[in-house]
Design a protein around this ligand. Structure first.
Ligand code: GLY
Length: 373
């Protein structure tokens, strides 16, 4: 088991990474408990796969478990299920000193983290992320929340978990498409701040995708380590944390344009396409050489990932409409779009100084390429 410590004053925690952590969950969670009982919230798909293993792991340390299973899918990150989760936790007499456990991907982690943030003005929670995306990104750093009819993640709280158990063994139950979508966020870390990690991914990424556990643990650990250092420096995203949004301004426009239909585009796939576009835009603005976006695209292709707008099935709106969708992103400040651009692989920076015309032209060419294929 590897451990990354997130050193936030007064709310520091460990992220444990390795195989078999569900089975050891009782021993790992026990030091947090005032009484041997936890409330677990999961989704139906993950619960069917992993809840029995977690229960056995908790029982082995004498910890009782009550569990709520919510429907799987993005629709669960919403007011009705937040209400259901909070009322259920109150039905279960979860008290201020108790611990709530989120067992699932990003949707469950965000929803349950937010429920824990507001329940009795804040109870501690443990993240047990079961998707690659949740292990390397959403379970670490304390962003919690739900979607509303106005957009994604618009209601929420910063509420750090008390512990994260990233059991890399459970990644074996993911389909390749879901694994690769999560890998979009892994590549993001190399691109934004660690060229050596990107080199490593070029060599070892295919082996990790094929199931090599040593490679998977390294990829998750390095990603979590990078996220932890960024969150320590800028917990509430006043500056540096925005680097974690590399590729996301583009991604959110594509997700909105495809009505958040996972059959067409998963979040991590949009991040990968967005990273490729952010590097292309950087090259066009003279910030880096053309070799850099070419190398990014070559790696994504080699991994069998979506790289271009042409890889998104179905129609997309025109470039101006996509730009307008970017304008609805919550990363807009004073009406100005914020982009994460790069001076090279591993050298990303935040800027509001991007001519909209350059973005429209880039998207227009990508859409023309899509129309030709
Ligand atoms: N997923 C971006 C962040 O945690 O800041």
């Amino acid at each position: 088991m590897e451990t990354v410590h997130v050193a936030l004053p007064g709310r520091d925690y460990d992220v444990h990474i390795g195989t078999g952590l569900l089975a050891q969950a009782g021993a790992l969670i026990a030091p947090l408990l005032q009484r041997p009982r936890v409330a677990v919230i999961s989704d139906e798909t993950v619960a069917a796969l992993h809840l029995d293993t977690l229960q056995a792991g908790l029982h082995a340390a004498g910890i009782e478990m009550v569990a709520l299973r919510l429907p799987a899918g993005e629709g669960t990150k919403s007011w009705p299920y937040l209400t259901q989760a909070v009322e259920w936790l109150l039905d279960q007499r979860v008290e201020r000193r108790d611990v709530v456990v989120a067992l699932g991907g990003g949707v469950i982690g965000d929803l349950v983290g937010f429920a824990a943030a507001i329940l009795r003005r804040g109870v501690r929670f443990v993240q047990i992320p079961t998707s690659l995306l949740a292990q390397v990104d959403s379970s670490v750093g304390g962003k919690t929340g739900i979607n509303t009819r106005h957009g994604k993640n618009l209601v929420g709280a910063f509420h750090q978990p008390a512990l994260v158990l990233a059991d890399t063994g459970v990644l074996s139950s993911l389909g390749l498409r879901d694994y690769l979508a999560g890998y979009g966020e892994v590549v993001k870390y190399g691109l934004l701040g660690d060229a050596g990690f990107f080199d490593w991914l070029e060599t070892h990424g295919p082996k990790a995708a094929a199931g090599d556990m040593v490679a998977r643990i390294f990829a998750v650990r390095r990603s979590v380590e990078m996220k932890a250092r960024i969150v320590e420096a800028d917990e509430t995203e006043q500056g540096e944390r925005a680097l974690l949004n590399l590729g996301h301004t583009f991604c959110h426009a594509f997700e909105a344009a495809t009505a958040y239909d996972g059959a067409r585009l998963l979040h991590g796939e949009g991040v990968a396409i967005g990273c490729a576009l952010a590097f292309e835009l950087s090259a066009r603005l003279g910030l880096c050489s053309q070799e850099e976006p070419s190398r990014v695209r070559a790696h994504l292709r080699a991994m069998g990932m979506k790289v271009d707008l042409a890889d998104i099935p179905g129609d997309l709106p025109d470039a101006a409409a996509l730009l307008a969708l970017m304008g609805q992103d919550k990363k807009v400040i004073d009406g100005k779009l914020r982009f994460i651009l790069a001076r090279g692989i591993g050298q990303a920076f935040v800027t509001s100084d991007v001519p909209p015309q350059a973005v429209v032209q880039l998207l227009d060419e990508a859409l023309q390429d899509k129309a030709r294929r």
